[in-house]
Ligand binder design. Structure first.
Ligand code: NDP
Length: 469
């Protein structure tokens, strides 16, 4: 058998790369990993974690206002963006240190340099070549924006997390996860936010009731929505930017944030907003990518080259941190623990940390009607108890999609406070194939919002039967 410098070499020390490498090393593999940015990857350094800290920061304005209904007089409040960003950066620095320590404690050799594939068993890292039995590509993805004139004046979520000052006016382009999370952050912190979306409502792939409820809530939270609109040009103007749009008057803002999706980190940057960077050498081994640059893999995360695997956002499957981690760990089990493991991509719960947040698991109503046919829908809309005294006009929406033939709960959807915390538990029930009867037999915790999921008894009228009347 050929002898290699490593059993596994990983490109990219983000959530997937780090967890898969550590698991492989725990099974005795000799593992190397390289990273040309900051160890920790998108989620830890410029995604989920810093974003959530900013979401927490943005909530305080509402809490101060809501306190009055409970008898509190809150004195003058003042927000300092620089303090929040400095504290957030300190925490990210701490996490970066922890990630490095986790790698060294598990015996994974870290190279803080850019890596490139030379052949199916060779990688080049900062000019040095290593042989390796297997390669795991876990290079993630980066923001992508349409190449309109003036796009270089825009920012992506990367820059939004580190702006020198809080913009007074910001336009956010897109109606997906990142756009809605940043819309909530900036609006909560006091910016004037305009969401520019090309459709009618936000969150295209989500359940229609979620989309409608959230779209209304965003407006109630003071976010202006310019729908059916695209930006055709960004001009630098005195004291800001002018956005020329396909619909309505130009928008005058201090910043424009594009949250229009992400592209896999496999090829040289095409965006004018970023410096050009080399690819990762896929051409040297003949691994093809799709038109978005994503690497095609099979259900074992294996590419068309048998010794090379890819996990996480670079494969553009389900672009979520816990999925990348699960894919990478499954791979380590398969390759180094004689335990063939495939990641199961069904019923993956997900949340959008908008204000209010959204969380969901399983099928939307529309999807279930196509895939399953006859479904029963249970839906509840109510004012959360907290806001009876705060006076805030806030509505929570919860919805269950049930297979009429088997009584199995196919989907749970929620818009409202704590939705991500609530849906995480329900995701276990959905994964276990729980029926509506079992939901009904579950005793609620009173008084909570979550108990509504086990007390909904009235089905919505069936649209098919209604149409036939
Ligand atoms: P999304 O795919 O969620 O949303 C992209 C949005 O941009 C859509 O509303 C889309 O519109 C719009 N869009 C795309 N192209 C254009 C264009 N040329 N002009 C105008 N609008 C456009 O991408 P994000 O960037 O928000 O996030 C990327 C991924 O990262 C997410 O899909 C998710 O997988 C992951 N993520 C997860 C988070 C979480 O778990 N909480 C948080 C952040 C990111 P349309 O709907 O019309 O196509």
């Amino acid at each position: 058998m050929a002898s290699y410098d490593f059993d596994l070499f990983t490109l990219g020390a983000g959530s997937g790369g780090v967890s898969g490498s550590r698991r492989a090393a725990a099974y005795g593999a000799r593992v190397g990993i390289c990273e040309d940015s900051i160890v920790g990857g998108t989620c830890v350094i410029r995604g989920c974690v810093p974003k959530k800290l900013l979401v927490y920061g943005a909530h305080f304005a509402e809490e101060f206002a809501d306190a009055a209904g409970y008898g509190w007089t809150v004195g003058e409040t003042r927000f300092d963006w620089a303090t929040l960003i400095a504290n957030k950066n300190r925490e990210i620095g701490r996490l970066n240190g922890i990630y490095k320590k986790l790698l060294s404690d598990s015996g994974v050799k870290l190279y803080e340099k850019r890596g490139k594939i030379i052949d199916p068993h060779t990688v080049e890292v900062g000019g040095e070549r290593f042989t390796t039995r297997r390669i795991m590509i876990a290079t993630g993805a980066r923001p992508v924006a349409p190449q309109i004139p003036g796009i270089e004046h825009s920012i992506s979520s990367n820059e939004a997390l580190d702006l020198a000052e809080l913009p007074k006016r910001i336009a956010i382009v897109g109606g997906g996860y990142i756009a809605l999370e940043f819309a909530g952050i900036f609006a909560g912190l006091g910016s004037e936010v305009t969401l520019v979306i090309r459709g009618n409502q936000v969150l295209k792939s989500f359940d229609d009731d979620v989309r409608e409820t959230l779209t209304e809530a965003l407006v109630r939270h003071g976010i202006a929505i310019r729908n059916h609109t695209e930006i055709v040009r960004i001009d630098k103007a005195l004291g800001g930017l002018t956005l020329v749009t396909t619909n309505g008057a130009p928008l005058l803002v201090d910043q424009v944030l594009y949250a229009t999706g992400r592209e896999p980190n496999t090829h040289a940057y095409a965006s004018t907003r970023h410096a050009n960077t080399e690819g990762i050498g896929l051409e040297n081994v003949g691994i093809a990518t799709d038109r978005y640059g994503a690497i095609a893999v099979d259900e074992w995360s294996q590419t068309s080259v048998p010794s090379i695997y890819a996990v996480g956002d670079v494969t553009n499957r389900l672009n979520l941190t816990p999925v990348a981690i699960a894919e990478a760990r499954a791979l380590a089990e398969t390759l180094f623990n004689d335990n063939p493991t495939k990641f199961d991509p069904t019923d993956v719960p997900t949340a959008v940390f908008s204000q209010p947040p959204v969380a969901t698991v399983g099928m939307t109503e529309a999807e279930a009607r196509v895939k399953v046919g006859a479904v029963d829908i249970y839906r509840s809309r109510f004012r959360p108890l907290k806001h009876t005294l705060s006076g805030r006009e806030e509505r929570t929406m919860m919805k269950l999609v049930v297979d009429r033939a088997t009584d199995r709960v196919l989907g749970c959807h929620m818009v409202g406070a704590d939705a991500p915390e609530i849906i995480q538990g329900l995701a276990i029930a959905v994964k276990c194939g729980a029926t509506k009867k079992q939901f009904d037999q579950t005793v609620g915790i009173h008084p909570t919002a979550a108990e509504e999921f086990v007390t909904m008894r009235d089905k919505l009228p069936d649209p098919v039967a209604k149409a036939a009347e």
